[in-house]
Design a protein around this ligand. Structure first.
Ligand code: SF4
Length: 488
C-alpha cells in the first residue's frame, strides 16, 4: 500500500506524541515538567552527552589549531556583520550574474508568501531539505494552506513531518523519538507494519522519497553559507537528500537568514572546518554541496531556475542592539548537546523553533521577552555552551543581558519578584540594617540548619527547593570571622 502524503493529518496520534505537535507557544515551566516525566525522552537525552556531546569534544581535541580556527571564524562573522549591507549587495550581484534571482523578505510572513507564490507559479508539489529558517517562517503550514504538497526529505524531518511534531534539536530533529516510536509512526503512515529496524525504516523512507523527488516541481532548501564573491550557496548534509532536492526539480528556491553570507571562498573553508566538527564530530560532512546558479546549457542536471530568498525577520534590529553576537550562530547544535538544561528537558519545552542555550537567546529576541519570560532563566550559566560553540558565542553573558533587559521592560517579570529585588536593593543601600539582617540570619537560620543546606523553603520561595537545596547562611558571618582573626 502506498503511504499517504505527509500533508495529510497525522492520524491516530497518541497522547504521548501530542505534546510535540506544532503550536505557536507553550509555557516553559509546565512543558519542562512534562518533559521530566517523559521516560522515552529522558532516555534519548541521557545518550546525548555520550554521542554528539562527546564527539564534539573529541573533534576539538584532535585538531591542534582548533582554538585559532574558532577565533578566525568569530573574526570573520564579526567583520561580515559590520559590513553586512556591502556583502549582501555583492551576493545579490553574484547570484544575478549567474542567472539567479534574489528576493528580500522583511519578516516570516512575507518570506512564506514569496516562496508560496514561487511554487504556485511552477506547480503544486515541492520537496524540501532540512532548513531551520524554513521552520522559523512556518513555511510548511503556508504551503499546505495554499494547497501545495510539500515533502520533507531529510530522514529525521520526514519522520517528524509524518508524526506532526516540531524538531527537537537543530541537527537531529527527531531526537526525542525512540526507534520503536519511529516504526509505529511510519507503519501508520505506510499502512503496513514496519519493524523497529533502522536499515528497514531507512529503506522505506528512501523508496518513498525517491518518488517524491521525481515528481516534485520545486525543490526548497535552506542555506548553510552563501558566498558573496561567487554567489555560491552551500548546503552541508549527511544524507544526500539536499542534492536530489536541488538537482531533480525544475526550480530551486533557497531560503537564508541574512547573516548566513560569508565574504569569500577562503572564509567558507574556515566555517566548513568548524561546522561539521561542532555538529557531529566529523571532519567534513558526508555531502557538502556548492550550488552556483541555475543549470548552465552544457550541464545535464540542476534546476532551470534558481531563487534565493534573504530573510530579515528581526535580524536588522538584533544587529543594531547589544545581542548582535547571537547572529554569529551557524546552527551546529553543539551548545544544545553541552547544556545541562537542554539535556534534562529536550527541545520542545523551549516553545520556539530554536531550542537549547542559543534558543533561549534567539526565541525571546525574535518573539519578544514578554512571550518567553522564562527562557533567559533556563540556564545554569555554567558556560558549557560557550566552550562547545565553534564561534565561541558568549551565550551566558547574553542571557544575563536578557535578564536585565527583562527587568527594565515594563510588565516583565512577576510583581513579587520585582518587590523582592526592590527590597533587596533598599537593604543593600543601608549598611547598618544590612549588617543587622545578616547577623540575625546567621544566628537563626545558620544555626538551625547546621548542615549548611535548607531542604524546603516556605511560601512563594518553595519552587527553588523543589529540585535542589538552598544554601543556608553561614553560622558565622565572614566579617565576624575576619574581625576575630585580626584580633587573634
Ligand atoms: S550558538 Fe554556537 S554552538 Fe550553539 S548552535 Fe549556534 S554556533 Fe552552534
Amino acid at each position: 500500500m502506498m503511504p499517504s502524503s505527509p500533508n495529510s493529518p497525522p492520524g491516530g496520534q497518541t497522547a504521548e506524541t501530542l505534546r510535540y505537535v506544532c503550536q505557536p507557544h507553550h509555557d516553559f515551566i509546565p512543558a519542562s515538567q512534562l518533559a521530566l516525566q517523559d521516560a522515552p525522552l529522558q532516555s534519548a537525552l541521557a545518550r546525548l552527552a555520550d554521542t554528539l556531546g562527546r564527539r564534539n569534544k573529541e573533534a576539538w581535541a584532535a585538531l591542534p589549531e582548533s582554538d585559532a580556527l574558532r577565533e578566525r571564524a568569530r573574526a570573520i562573522k564579526d567583520h561580515t556583520l559590520a559590513e553586512l549591507d556591502r556583502y549582501l549587495e555583492q551576493l545579490d550581484a553574484s547570484v544575478q550574474r549567474l542567472g539567479g534571482h534574489v528576493h528580500y523578505a522583511a519578516d516570516a510572513a512575507e518570506a512564506a508568501r514569496m516562496i508560496t507564490e514561487l511554487v504556485l507559479r511552477h506547480g503544486r508539489k515541492a520537496v524540501k531539505s532540512k532548513s531551520m529558517t524554513s521552520e522559523e517562517i512556518h513555511l510548511n503550514q503556508a504551503l499546505k494552506a495554499a494547497g501545495i504538497e510539500v515533502v520533507e526529505t531529510d530522514f529525521g524531518e520526514y519522520i517528524i513531518q509524518v508524526a506532526g511534531h516540531r524538531p527537537s534539536h537543530l541537527v537531529a530533529p527527531a531526537l526525542h523519538l525512540r526507534i520503536e516510536e519511529v516504526a509505529q509512526i511510519l507503519s501508520r503512515h505506510a499502512g503496513e507494519p514496519l519493524p523497529a529496524d533502522a536499515p528497514v525504516l531507512t529503506q522505506f523512507a528512501r523508496r518513498t522519497l525517491r518518488q517524491h523527488f521525481a515528481t516534485a516541481d520545486v525543490g526548497i532548501t535552506g542555506v548553510n553559507f552563501a558566498v558573496a564573491e561567487t554567489g555560491t550557496v552551500v548546503l552541508v548534509t549527511n544524507e544526500g537528500n539536499g542534492r536530489l532536492t536541488t538537482a531533480l526539480p525544475r526550480v530551486h528556491v533557497a531560503v537564508m537568514g541574512m547573516e548566513k553570507v560569508v565574504p569569500t571562498l577562503v572564509d567558507l573553508a574556515v566555517f566548513l572546518k568548524v561546522l561539521s566538527r561542532a555538529a557531529t564530530g566529523q571532519k567534513l560532512s558526508v555531502y557538502t554541496s556548492w550550488i552556483t546558479g541555475p543549470r548552465r546549457p552544457e550541464e545535464l542536471d540542476g534546476p532551470e531556475e534558481f531563487h534565493l530568498v534573504v530573510l530579515d525577520n528581526g535580524r536588522s534590529r538584533i544587529l543594531a542592539g547589544p545581542l548582535r553576537e547571537s547572529l554569529f550562530c551557524i546552527r551546529c547544535g553543539a551548545c544544545l548537546n553541552a547544556c545541562p538544561v537542554y539535556r534534562t528537558i529536550g527541545g520542545h519545552a523551549y516553545g520556539g523553533v530554536y531550542a537549547g542555550p542559543i534558543g533561549a537567546v534567539l526565541t525571546p529576541l525574535y518573539d519578544g521577552l514578554a512571550i518567553h519570560p522564562h527562557l533567559p532563566h533556563a540556564s545554569s550559566l555554567c558556560g558549557a555552551c560557550q566552550a562547545a560553540c565553534p564561534v565561541k558565542i558568549a551565550i551566558p553573558q547574553m542571557l544575563i543581558q536578557l535578564r536585565s533587559m527583562q527587568h527594565a521592560e515594563p510588565g516583565c517579570g512577576g510583581r513579587r519578584e520585582r518587590l523582592a529585588y526592590q527590597a533587596w536593593a533598599w537593604l543593600l543601600r543601608r549598611p547598618r540594617l544590612y549588617r543587622l539582617a545578616t547577623w540575625l540570619a546567621s544566628r537563626t537560620l545558620g544555626r538551625w540548619f547546621a548542615r549548611g543546606w535548607i531542604r524546603r523553603l516556605p511560601g512563594a520561595l518553595h519552587g527553588w527547593t523543589q529540585s535542589r537545596d538552598f544554601p543556608a547562611p553561614a553560622r558565622q558571618r565572614f566579617s565576624d570571622w575576619w574581625r576575630q582573626r585580626r584580633r587573634a
